[in-house]
Design a protein around this ligand. Structure first.
Ligand SMILES: *[C@@H]1O[C@H](CO)[C@@H](O)[C@H](O)[C@H]1NC(C)=O
Ligand SMILES: *[C@@H]1O[C@H](CO)[C@@H](O)[C@H](O)[C@H]1NC(C)=O
Length: 230
């Protein structure tokens, strides 16, 4: 039996090794929205990260930010503000695949429905109470499921990569949360801003049909100022 068993195991191992090779041969995930190829480097920017400083010239400040000490100004139409500590703020995060943001909420403040195209988010409430949720992708039958929770101080919630999510302050006081991301540059797409506030505007016929709305309503929505809280 052993004589038969061994070659089977060896075959299984080589399949595994082959699969691993295939997986590691794929292109790396993008770290920005897009990267249009050019041949002339005069107008090129470095992507999928940034250029790296000579390590001998690096200092503690490259790995430091005091930006999240300060509460953001929530006097805006949505009553919330996101302060990011991503690779643009902490250059030492380059290639490390993580970053932070603090989110301040006024009473009734909302971090409107948005997605992070490049990161899962893990979120902890430091002050106040938030109603949070995300919606799953379209799947026949059981798609677009809503997962929600009311979070209190110390509670943690996860927003899986790419899914639309939101946070609403349901307490009577200001609220504060800290979000950690699995990307040095998670990106953010605020749904209303992207759909109704694009520059130039999307052809209203697209939005009228997509959202099953009257022309006037689409016209009204496209004329609104869509505040960007991040
Ligand atoms: C870059 O150079 C290649 C080879 O000369 C050419 O085929 C291609 O069209 C060029 N691409 C761009 C974006 O200019
Ligand atoms: C907060 O923002 C509002 C609106 O832009 C502004 O009027 C106000 O002065 C700001 N407050 C602080 C403390 O910066």
């Amino acid at each position: 039996m052993k004589g038969v068993h061994f070659p089977v195991t060896a075959a299984a191992l080589s399949v595994l090794a082959f699969t691993t090779l295939l997986a590691s041969a794929s292109d790396p995930d993008p770290l920005q929205d897009f990267c249009v190829a050019i041949n002339n480097t005069d107008f090129a920017v470095f992507v999928n990260g940034k250029f790296c400083k000579d390590p001998n010239l690096a200092s503690a400040n490259d790995f430091f930010s005091d930006k999240l000490r300060y509460s953001g100004n929530t006097s805006n139409p949505v009553g919330s503000i996101v302060t990011a500590a991503n690779v643009d703020v902490i250059p030492g995060l380059n290639t490390l695949g993580i970053s932070f943001a603090r989110v301040d909420f006024a009473p009734n403040g909302l971090n409107p429905p948005h997605t992070h195209p490049r990161a899962t988010e893990i979120f902890i409430v430091l002050e106040g109470s938030l109603y949070v949720g995300f919606v799953t992708s379209n799947i026949n039958g059981d798609g677009n499921r809503l997962f929600t929770k009311v979070l209190n101080k110390g509670d943690v919630f996860v927003f899986p990569i790419g899914l639309i999510h939101f946070q609403l302050n349901v307490g009577k006081t200001n609220a504060l949360a800290l979000a950690a991301f699995g990307s040095q540059n998670p990106g953010v797409i605020t749904i209303a801003n992207a759909v109704f506030g694009s520059k130039p505007p999307i052809n209203p016929d697209v939005l009228t049909k997509a959202f099953q709305l009257d022309n006037n309503v689409v016209d009204y929505l496209q004329k609104q100022f869509w505040y960007n809280n991040s």
